[in-house]
Design a protein around this ligand. Structure first.
Ligand code: WT7
Length: 637
């Protein structure tokens, strides 16, 4: 057995689950023995969901990078840690062994120190999917600084919001990024963001696309120059900062149903144990396997299952810079063949999009190395599940449908590959330590099987969020106040006769577009910033590829003759305020919105209209102006 805590049979899973519920502290203490600690814990768990306050492995001291790097450098220095595949198939791929990765992380840790970074500082990372992104993340952890990675698709405004919220003092970026046939001017976007970020004292810029960039004296420096200074001193090691178990490891911003994105906070010890444990068990990783998670490190999936989960397990993690459809829809399959990928972990939206290109792009590609397939980010429809199973897994690879969230740190509900039973479109069973409950609107727990309700957790797990940065009250109200003594996920869920869970989607005002979370309030605010927009309402509608599409109802009083032009302007506004990922798919101009007498927008009605369910709009008698519904239906897009 490669990992003593790897559950290899259904029975082993059931036993472990049982133990994790009956004696959670003993259970997690046993698992935690498999890591490198500078000091072990005094107490395994202390918690209450009222404040909330959750502490795992209190009193323990560690550095997560010793677990991701040092211990593997000692036992398997020459095993590839990161296999990197560039955007352009004609560019050479790169392999970093554990020893090489270790040295690069240590060197960059020196660079951060030389540029004034200290333990506890917040460092914003806005980079392309190149190994240096993982290196920057790990170097932050090495020195005890808190990383806040911002996805390369976010706008200058979004970056500025995040930098200000966390009061970052350093930004690590690149001149540009390649994505398919496009290139994105990252540094120039950072320059715009920094007009309003006085907290930032240093910007470290990696060369990637070699486009011209502005470099401000005293503030900006080149990654390569800084590394050279460290190399000249011959520095290859960096003594890790010894952290408390509950010290912050990182902040990752995510959208909610209200206001601005919130900074979800994860801490060192619990997050490490959780990502490692779930990685090893869900994917049934075996030494030597090549694990390919197609997410971007800008999202939590990349944090947990490209960087921390795999590396803390001494695994080989494949990192891909590009997109699935460029230069053609065979790109993933070419990568699987080239690097002999064993585990492929991707999103339903990617599967549906590739399905649309037909089987030609798979023909002639050798996918024999594949052993396990995974999906994440949104519900997978049965058609996509079967297509993935038949055409990619050739019916011999178990598919794990992993349900989790930015807030949960790692997977909470999933089958274990080849160990517990899969069921198409079901995430199936909770991992050890996870205690899901379904509740009705009033918060009553719904017992038994063959039921559905809102998904909550009644007990903490090591990887759960601890707070939302700078605003603990927001964490409490968002997750712990809807239902007393429960963590509320925001998802609706069904439990079948065998106790398998199927996530049916968000029950709050959050959309899931191509596996990315978009807050409707945040998007409405962005649209409302456009001159001429009086008010707007956003709802989701079923979209063949994206899962959910974005439908915007907009009241516009500007003087415009060309609606399409106005639509483009609105899209441009959204791109500037949030980023291109939040652009509405449809924009319908309306003269009013269906509102109650107290002025609340009745989204339920708009949702039905967007979905094309015009027969049964439900009760409209409480509407201030029922006629508006007729008008909206008549002009539906
Ligand atoms: C939301 C979390 C998990 C990392 C990527 C997204 C939805 C996630 C599944 C799944 C059905 C899923 C949920 C969840 N979701 N995985 N396997 N089946 N729905 O992280 O941006 O924090 O979004 O994604 O609605 O609440 P995120």
């Amino acid at each position: 057995m490669a990992y003593s805590y790897q559950l290899e049979t259904d029975e082993a899973y059931r036993k472990a689950y049982q133990k994790s519920i009956e004696t959670p502290e003993l259970f997690w203490a046993d698992i935690a023995e498999n890591f490198r600690w500078r000091k072990k814990w005094d107490e395994v768990l202390r918690w209450n969901f009222k404040e909330p306050k959750v502490e795992w492995f209190r009193g323990a001291k560690l550095n997560i990078t010793e677990n991701c790097l040092d211990r593997w450098v000692e036992t398997q220095p020459d095993i590839p840690a990161i296999v990197w595949e560039p955007n352009d198939p004609d560019e050479a791929s790169r392999i970093l062994t554990y020893k090489e990765l270790y040295e690069k992380v240590c060197q960059f840790a020196h660079v951060l120190k030389n540029n004034g970074a200290k333990r506890g500082d917040r460092i914003c990372i806005y980079m392309p999917m190149v190994p240096e992104l993982a290196i920057a993340v790990l170097a932050c952890a090495r020195i005890g600084a808190i990383h806040s990675v911002v996805f390369g698709g976010f706008s200058a405004q979004s970056i500025a919001d995040r930098i200000q919220d966390a009061q970052c003092n350093i930004v690590v970026t690149a001149d540009g990024a390649y994505r398919g046939n496009k290139s994105i001017p990252l540094k120039s976007i950072i320059d715009d963001a920094l007009c309003n970020c006085p907290s930032v004292k240093k910007v470290i810029v990696l060369t990637r696309t070699s486009i011209p960039v502005s470099m401000m004296k005293e503030r900006d420096c080149w990654w390569e120059d800084e590394i050279k200074k460290v190399e000249e001193k011959g520095l290859k090691n960096f003594e890790p900062e010894i952290m408390e178990a509950e010290d912050m490891l990182f902040i990752l911003y995510t959208s909610g149903s209200t206001g601005k994105p919130k900074g979800v906070v994860h801490t060192c010890a619990g997050y490490m144990v959780w990502t490692n444990y779930t990685f090893v068990n869900v994917f049934q990783y075996q030494p030597g396997d090549v694990h390919f998670c197609t997410a971007d490190i800008g999202w939590v999936t990349g944090h947990s299952y490209i960087v921390y989960g795999p590396l803390s397990a001494g695994a080989t993690s494949l990192m891909f810079e590009g997109i699935p459809t460029w230069p053609d829809a065979g790109r993933f399959w070419e990568i699987v063949e080239k690097h002999k990928v064993n585990i492929l972990y991707t999103a339903p939206t990617a599967i549906r999009s590739l399905m649309g290109f037909g089987l030609d792009s798979i023909k002639g590609k050798n996918l024999d190395s594949l052993k396990v397939l995974g999906t994440v980010g949104e519900p997978i429809n049965e058609e996509a599940w079967h297509w993935y199973d038949e055409n990619i897994g050739k019916r011999k690879c178990p598919i794990v449908d992993t349900w989790w969230q930015t807030e949960t740190g790692g997977t909470l509900i999933s089958n274990l590959a080849g160990v517990t039973k899969a069921k198409p479109s079901f995430a199936t069973l909770p991992l050890p330590g996870v205690q899901p409950v379904l509740v009705d609107e009033k918060g009553n727990v719904i017992e038994g099987n063959g039921v559905s309700g809102n998904l909550c957790m009644r007990f903490p797990w090591p990887g759960m969020l601890r707070t939302t940065y700078g605003d603990h009250e927001r964490c409490r109200t968002t997750y712990f106040s809807t239902y007393e003594n429960l963590y509320f996920t925001g998802d609706g869920c069904l439990r079948d006769e065998e106790g398998n869970y199927r996530i049916t989607g968000r029950v709050d005002d959050v959309l899931n577009v191509s596996g990315h979370r978009i807050g409707t309030a945040e998007l409405e605010n962005a649209i409302n910033m456009h001159t001429g927009v009086v008010e707007s309402a956003i709802v989701g509608y079923p979209h063949d590829i994206k899962g959910q599409g974005i439908y915007a109802f907009v009241i516009f009083n500007g003087i415009h003759t060309d609606e399409n032009h106005t639509r483009q302007d609105i899209n441009q506004t959204v791109t500037k305020i949030i980023g291109a990922i939040a652009k509405p798919d449809k924009i319908q101009f309306v003269s009013g919105l269906p509102k109650t007498r107290s002025g609340k927008i009745m989204r339920r009605i708009l949702r039905k209209i967007a979905e094309g369910e015009l027969q049964n709009l439900g009760d409209t008698t409480t509407l201030l102006d029922p006629m508006i519904v007729e008008e909206i239906i008549a002009n539906r897009l």
